[in-house]
Design a binder for this molecule. Structure first.
Ligand code: XMP
Length: 516
């Protein structure tokens, strides 16, 4: 099978084990150049064979002198391919080409003022004489290797940037890929577009056309099945596959009845009515409610829902004739995580699908070269509605996670109504989508209240809204009091059975984002 890099100019990001490689790969793509992360020890021979248009050496946590520090194959620097090194990357270049890296033990972390000392610098063209950059290093280059010009400095770092245009080698001690470096993206663009002369042609239309061509080549005339959840990834996979192979695609939507208000209808409307995709909608709500009756343990709820999902899915999948492929919404970060030698945690995403005995499908993963924001952009380009493309993270077991205690249809309906109000009101206020996630939770308690002249004994609703970058840590969102008041009023007035509203002011840690 061909892959993207056979079709168009690719930048390889050599990964030295820091979290920066992914960020660099994204920045390169933001400059509309396709990028891939490769292991730091890729051989010069392999690089020569795959002919990337440029190389970027990422930062890394090690010292170049440490035992077992990761090192590149130095012959890579002689291939004539433009190379840009950041942080650890500049030190690797200096180490292999005869520069000096004194052990001073004076590190530099955080903001630093970058002074451009050579106005003829190719890499720093257009960067003002003084600007802000981001540093994170202990060692640094003291003397640049022969043939290199030093082009910038900071108060503590003599060689903040260096270049040897004759050999097309460029490097910075600072991190142009982080947002704190004022002209970082400009520097990356200069390297890609002006120095390496790579045209900015990586666009969403481009991604779609190429993926469509690849899928057609891979699948031929066989049939593909795709599980739809209403989430971003599976929705984009379905829309993309449909563009590629039309009615060779069948989607199965296992509706466990734990979706938010109108969500299941929207999935059906979008894929069946708008895209005219062959969609099997399995309405399994009753089946799930029966299985979950009286179950209060959160792990048990998750297990029941997960096991039943695959059972229903494979029942449908094996009923269809001639299906060879099963589509999966694997994204590039999953691929990096499972295939990267330097990543601490190795997981194999392929093994996550519990194929029943005797059942086998080949996997097709059309999004496996894309980052999440690219997946969203592809989805929009393919005509998926905003509600799907910008959908917030939502647990696979759905609202079952957000109902504490046992699950009944009445509780689901209460929560659905309250949650719809929370999402509507915060959605109107949060015009720039700055709040990471917001929803309602139904705890397993009731309390006394008074409405009109009547005593009530109803459920409370808890509103959860968090700011986060990646869901690993989170802080409760500082919503305006008026907004909280409006949601509280609406929920109590519009949702029969709710007599109190509380706002969760716990960060993560110690809390989690979900209640379960
Ligand atoms: P917690 O509650 O652990 O959640 O802070 C972190 C993020 O993960 C989401 N989440 C899930 N996402 N399947 C998913 O795809 C799940 O089963 C699941 N459970 C939690 C949660 O919404 C939050 O964004």
């Amino acid at each position: 099978m061909t892959s993207y890099h056979d079709e168009q100019p690719t930048v390889f990001v050599l990964d030295f084990g820091a979290q920066y490689a992914q960020l660099i790969a994204r920045r390169v793509r933001e400059a509309r150049v396709y990028s891939e992360i490769v292991p730091f020890d890729i051989s010069a021979q392999e690089v020569a064979r795959r002919r990337p248009a440029a190389l970027i050496l990422s930062g890394g946590p090690a010292s170049v002198y440490a035992d077992g520090a990761p090192h590149i194959d130095p012959a890579i620097l002689d291939l004539g391919i433009p190379v840009l090194g950041f942080c650890y990357g500049i030190q690797e270049m200096a180490l292999h080409l005869g520069g000096e890296i004194p052990k001073t033990d004076i590190g530099e972390y955080g903001f630093a003022e970058l002074e451009v000392t050579d106005t003829d610098s190719e890499l720093l063209a257009g960067v003002p004489a003084r600007s802000q950059c981001w540093m994170s290093h202990r060692d640094s280059v003291g003397t640049a290797p022969d043939g290199f010009r030093v082009t910038a400095r900071t108060d503590t770092t003599a060689v903040a940037a260096m270049e040897d245009p004759a050999r097309k080698l460029y490097a910075t001690q600072f991190h142009p890929e982080v947002a704190h470096t004022e002209h970082g993206q400009h520097i990356i663009r200069t390297f890609l577009h002006d120095i390496a002369e790579i045209p900015p042609v990586w666009t969403m239309v481009n991604i779609i056309d190429e993926t469509v061509a690849l899928v057609r080549e891979q699948v031929g005339s066989s049939r593909v099945i795709c599980g739809l959840s209403g989430g971003v990834d599976s929705s984009v996979v379905a829309a993309l596959l449909h563009r590629a192979i039309g009615d060779q695609l069948t989607c199965v939507f296992v509706d466990h009845g734990m979706m938010r208000l109108d969500e299941a209808d929207q999935v059906v409307k979008t894929f069946r009515d708008q895209f005219h995709i062959d969609l099997i909608h399995v309405d399994a709500e009753e089946r799930y409610l029966t299985l979950l009756a009286g179950v209060t343990d959160p792990e048990q709820k998750r297990r029941i829902i997960g096991e039943e999902f695959w059972k229903v899915f494979f029942d449908e999948a094996t009923r269809l004739e001639g299906v060879q492929w099963l589509a999966q919404g694997t994204l590039y970060p999953d691929v990096i995580e499972s295939g990267n030698k330097t990543a601490a945690k190795i997981k194999s995403h392929h093994n996550l699908i519990p194929f029943p005995e005797g059942v086998h499908f080949d996997l097709i993963e059309p999004l496996k070269a894309l980052f999440k924001d690219e997946v969203r952009a592809v989805g929009s380009e393919l005509g998926l509605p905003d509600e799907i493309v910008h959908r917030q993270p939502f647990p696979g077991p759905g609202l079952a996670v957000r109902i504490i205690g046992d699950i009944t249809l009445e509780k689901l309906d209460l929560l659905r109504k309250a949650d719809a109000i929370v999402r509507e009101e915060i959605g109107i206020w949060d015009t720039n989508r700055e709040v990471w996630q917001y929803f309602a939770v139904l705890p397993d308690i009731r309390s006394v209240g008074v409405m009109g002249d009547e005593r009530t004994y109803g459920h409370p609703i808890i509103i959860r809204a968090v700011a986060s970058a990646d869901a690993m840590t989170a802080d409760w969102a500082r919503l305006p009091h008026e907004l909280l008041a409006k949601m509280s009023n609406r929920i109590i007035n519009e949702v029969d059975g709710i007599n109190r509203v509380a706002y969760d002011i716990t960060s993560k840690p110690p809390g989690t984002i979900e209640w379960e």
